[in-house]
Write a protein that binds this ligand. Structure first.
Ligand SMILES: Cc1ncc(COP(=O)(O)O)c(C=O)c1O
Length: 280
């Protein structure tokens, strides 16, 4: 079975799934989303993703009436229909279809979409060699903890990074590191892990949570606090984390080598531990 979609309760081939041009997701980016990964047919950290979806919906006052059990049943069916054991499940909820007015429509129901696509691993070369990142000003709004569809500054920064030959851009707000365009970041200094503390200025990554848990269980020192841009330069190791990239070493920062310019040992060990966790 090819990639499939689920649209307001119905499964259909991805290319046949369409929504109205009056959908507020299309008109305003008025909605939220989640990306959940499936390893060996098993959803990774489903509850965490679902509760973040619910929090995002609540934060922008979109009523979500589907219960966790129902989501799980729909997703299970989607996985069975797709037959993919390595799958990326994308969930998007918008405020629904209504004539284009800024005010919330009174009777509109949310549009709920899911897609099920085969998940390919990142090219191994990226992990073996590590990736380059650049820093860019964080031009986003003040509520980046909401996983909103409004990704324009993220898209522009990712494109700028790509044009500069880098894999990702790290956002800097008032001299402090927030996160990547679609990732969180962790610094390693003297074997300790350091990452920007959760706030309205960054997404509470599910991978971030899992990696910090692994580090703590391993007896590592973990600091979650505001991180200055200069600290990136002083780090022994840096790595990106996120659902699709997992744990990805950074070996260049704004053109300069990180550590000795190859993926660090602590990062490599964490990558292995994380991958083992996804297979549990
Ligand atoms: C802005 C941003 N930060 C962080 C992350 C990482 O979050 P997660 O680990 O839940 O995928 C993402 C993932 O897409 C993101 O878009």
């Amino acid at each position: 079975m090819p990639n499939i979609a689920w649209l307001n309760g119905k499964f259909l081939p991805l290319e046949e799934a369409t929504v109205s041009i009056e959908d507020r997701g299309f008109q305003f980016g008025d909605g939220i989303y989640e990306v959940i990964r499936v390893y060996g047919g098993k959803l990774f950290r489903f509850d965490e993703h679902l509760s973040r979806l619910a929090q995002s919906a609540q934060a922008i006052s979109i009523p979500l009436t589907i219960e966790a059990k129902e989501w799980k049943a729909f997703i299970r069916e989607g996985l069975e229909r797709s037959t993919y054991s390595a799958c990326k499940v994308y969930i998007q909820v918008t405020r629904g279809v209504a004539p284009r007015e800024h005010l919330f429509p009174e009777t509109t129901r949310p549009t709920i979409v899911m897609t099920f696509r085969e998940m390919a691993d990142l090219p191994t070369q990226l992990n073996q060699q590590g990736v380059s990142v650049i820093t860019l000003p964080d031009l986003r709004w003040a509520r980046c903890s909401i996983k909103s569809l409004n990704l324009l500054p993220n898209i522009l920064a990712k494109q700028q990074a790509n044009e500069a030959g880098a894999f990702e851009a790290l956002f800097i707000k008032d001299g402090m590191v927030t996160e990547g365009t679609s990732s969180n970041v962790i610094l390693v200094k003297d074997e300790a892990f350091l990452t920007p503390a959760l706030s309205e200025q960054l997404l509470a990554g599910v991978t971030r949570q899992a990696v910090l848990e692994l580090a703590r269980n391993d007896g590592k020192v973990v600091e979650e606090r505001p991180v200055k841009e200069e600290e990136l330069k002083q780090a022994d190791e840096l790595f990106l984390i996120g659902t699709t990239i997992e744990v990805l070493p950074i070996t260049k920062l704004n053109g300069a080598s990180v550590g000795n310019g190859t993926p660090g040992e602590v990062t490599k060990q964490m990558r292995e531990k994380f991958q083992a966790l996804t297979q549990v």
